[in-house]
Design a protein around this ligand. Structure first.
Ligand code: KIV
Ligand code: ZN
Length: 528
């Protein structure tokens, strides 16, 4: 690994697909994770934590698939200090030429005694054994002291020294519960540099959670004290209040390089906006408007005094431009009405030369997708290039055929009534229902027609686009047998968009039911 040749280079370790994903209400499919991983690769991150292979078959497969596809970033997998975790990690990652195993164990008193019910010596032994086991798979091993922020400093120094001696090449110091303040966290990193004799044999990394809103400040302070890797998530996703936000640290380091004595990262700033939008969309986690760097208000000037200042000189209230992180004025909205020219222009803007794809083929696949989705985004278009498997050709089990709604105001004597005609496999049936509003009436019909009894846990509606052409975008989350499924629908008619969103979720549930059935059959064949 030639990572640390430049002493001023700060490595960006992205954990959107692991720490970020584990906090989402619904897990992502392999295809969704791969789409995010490819964007992170283009964003210039150094290491991608692709998942936690032992946690499920799905995670194992995602880690393997992503590891095979990455062009620049090093794939990494997470493992507890447990032999079977490390084996699963090694097996999933070995498809890549170079990969990292990240093994962790908690070191704070409260975790060691109350959670793990072990002694400090037990933990140290498990850590050393695990690092050595991981080294049998790769020479790139990261070890994390979970809850390092609350770990007694003498024990932390001992752990770090022994983990390095056992072969760890990166030592990660997480502020797992986001408890420390910058001076304190910087002090922990400084103490490690002062007291651990073999510290120069590893890269020191930090992994800060945002419970007190300090994640970015703590990470920046840590690099001022010698840390050279920051672990972070796009849009600050992650457990509870989230992880350190990738775009915030990357832009802070870029913009304040002089103050930070020349520290720098490999992040391609112009790709930040696009990656942020992609992650928000795929994870169904909208970016808050006031979010630093990527929020819709991050570059908006509202008060008269500010507007006056900006008109005279932008730098009065603007420390960075929206263009510098990749926001462009020309957002391309692609629908089934878009022509080949638009598709070509969008692919060119995304950096794909004309001879790298077959326009006719992409265009016919695009039209099918646009028919199904209403609006196609640039990353959908990119996915058509990436993926051999043609999702737009996979037929949906449920398809809306007709929809009629009568509603005149529930408080004025009208009873909202809906009739829905739906195809389910080869059968088409119609149902009529009433409800406490038009959407409720439609949802009652869909529930009867699909036979899927799920609970709506969230419903949001947004205008996508502007003016008369704006599409209503409805996102729903439903709970089905304890699992969360997400559905999205778009239409100029918001009731139709609502119907499409629930039907989309039902199709995903139907696919999940099929996969579960196939797995059960496989297991019963194996046990015969
Ligand atoms: O927050 C944390 O401590 C973690 C570890 C697994 C690195 O996510
Ligand atoms: Zn974490």
């Amino acid at each position: 690994m030639s990572f640390s040749k430049d002493p001023n280079r700060v490595l960006i370790f992205d954990t959107t697909l692991r720490d970020g994903e584990q906090a989402l209400p619904q897990s992502l499919s392999t295809k969704q994770k791969l789409q995010i991983a490819m964007a992170l690769d283009q964003l210039g991150v150094d290491v991608i934590e692709t998942g936690f292979p032992i946690s499920s078959e799905g995670d194992f497969k995602s880690v393997q698939t992503i590891s095979r596809e990455l062009k620049h970033a090093i794939p990494c997998g997470l493992a507890r200090c447990v032999p079977k975790d490390i084996d699963a990690c090694g097996e999933a990652l070995k498809v890549a030429e170079q990969f990292r195993i990240h093994t962790f164990i908690a070191t704070s008193d409260i975790h060691v005694h109350d959670k793990l019910r072990k002694t400090q010596d037990d933990i140290l032994e498990m850590a050393v054994r695990s690092v050595k086991q991981a080294r049998n798979y790769t020479d790139d091993v990261e070890f994390s002291c979970e809850d390092a922020g609350r770990t007694p400093i003498d024990y932390l120094c001992r752990m770090v020294e022994n983990a390095i001696k056992a072969g760890a090449t990166t030592i990660n110091i997480p502020d797992t519960v986001g408890y420390t303040v910058p001076e304190e966290f910087g002090g922990i990193i400084q103490t490690l540099f002062n007291r651990v004799p073999n510290i120069d044999q590893a890269v020191i990394s930090v992994h800060c959670h945002n419970d007190l809103g300090m994640a970015t400040a703590n990470s920046i302070t840590a690099i001022q004290h010698g840390a050279r890797q920051i672990e972070c998530c796009v849009n600050g996703l992650g457990e509870r209040a989230g992880n350190c936000s990738l775009e915030e640290v990357a832009m802070a380091i870029k913009l304040r390089q002089q103050h930070l004595n020349g520290l720098h990262t490999g992040i391609v700033a112009q790709n930040i906006a696009r990656t942020s939008a992609l992650v928000a969309k795929i994870c169904n986690e909208p970016v808050p408007p006031h979010k630093a760097i990527v929020g819709s208000n991050a570059f908006a000037h509202s008060s008269g005094i500010h507007q006056d200042g900006v008109l005279k000189n932008r730098e009065t209230y603007e420390i960075l431009t929206p263009q510098s992180v990749g926001f462009t004025d020309n957002t391309m909205r692609m629908t089934a009405r878009s022509g080949r020219h638009m598709i070509k222009a969008c692919l060119t803007q995304l950096g794909y030369p004309e001879d790298s794809y077959d326009l006719n083929e992409i265009y016919s696949r695009f039209l099918k997708l646009a028919d199904r989705k209403g609006q196609v985004f640039d990353y959908d278009l990119e996915a058509l290039l990436f993926f051999q498997k043609r999702d737009e050709d996979v037929e949906n089990y449920f398809e809306l055929e007709t929809l009629n709604v009568m509603s005149g105001g529930i408080n004025h004597g009208a009873i909202p009534t809906a009739s829905v005609r739906l195809r389910a496999g080869k059968r088409t049936r119609t149902e009529s229902c009433t409800g406490n509003g038009p959407v409720d009436a439609v949802y009652n019909c869909i529930s009867r027609l699909t036979g899927i009894r799920c609970k709506l846990t969230s419903y949001t509606i947004n205008a996508n686009g502007s003016g008369m052409d704006a599409l209503g975008e409805v996102n729903v989350n439903v709970d089905y047998n304890g699992r969360t499924f997400h559905g999205m629908g778009m239409s100029t008619d918001v009731i139709e968009a609502s119907a499409l969103a629930l039907i989309n979720a039902c199709n995903i549930i139907e696919r999940a039911r099929l996969i579960d059935k196939e797995r059960k059959q496989e297991h019963s064949m194996q046990s015969k």
